[in-house]
Design a protein around this ligand. Sequence first.
Ligand code: ADP
Ligand code: MG
Length: 238
Amino acid sequence: MATVTLKDLRKTFGKTQVIHGIDIDIADGEFIVIVGPSGCGKSTLLRMVAGLETVTGGEVTIDGRLVNDVEPMDRDIAMVFQNYALYPHMSVFDNMAYGLKIAKVPKPEIADRVAQAAKLLQLEPYLNRKPRELSGGQRQRVAMGRAIVRKPAVFLFDEPLSNLDAKLRVQMRLEIKALQRELGVTALYVTHDQVEAMTLADRMIVMNAGVADQIGRPLDVYADPQTAFVAGFIGSPP
Ligand code: ADP
Ligand code: MG
């Protein structure tokens, strides 16, 4: 587990500022959802935590270590994307093992870690299959398996369920939450879906045009929105 601290975090693309000074202290094992409409800066914020985007101003600290200039591989994080392209020619096992092979983890340990993740994700029967022989939900689990085997302290999710149908989305949402609890990791989860945010979050960051309009527990935000934008966004149907 790890704490994550964002201090006056800012991002500018060219002359356009898209993230305006975000501050939050995230506790060990906390599930934080970043929610807001398309284009408000959710992915950019997450990508700065991941190290996939440079920081224009402010600080990203993971477990007390300033990581502004630390490579993604060395940040103790793993990220699950919306477009979780699996390698079509590789088995489920090899898809999950790939990152560990690159990192030169010894073979027996790779086998161990993949087996553990497969058990957790109920993928044990499918380890020899190719991605095309899996359902959408199973493919999503493989994508999560790839992240889990790396044993990160922090999980980053960017709209991981948006390619799934509504029913599966609800099921996978519950699975992600259960998994995060079981692994005891800290999670930052991006979605534009306020219902998803309400169900998953310990606390949510409601973003509006690069500004954190409100940060709080779902029910507190719902009951006591601090801006008209938050009231409209959280109160409206999905
Ligand atoms: P969200 O994930 O909430 O939909 P993004 O973080 O992707 O929003 O984008 C926030 C804003 O930053 C948008 O206006 C987008 O066009 C802009 N943006 C994102 N990435 C880049 C980039 N690499 N270069 C220029 N502008 C970008
Ligand atoms: Mg996005």
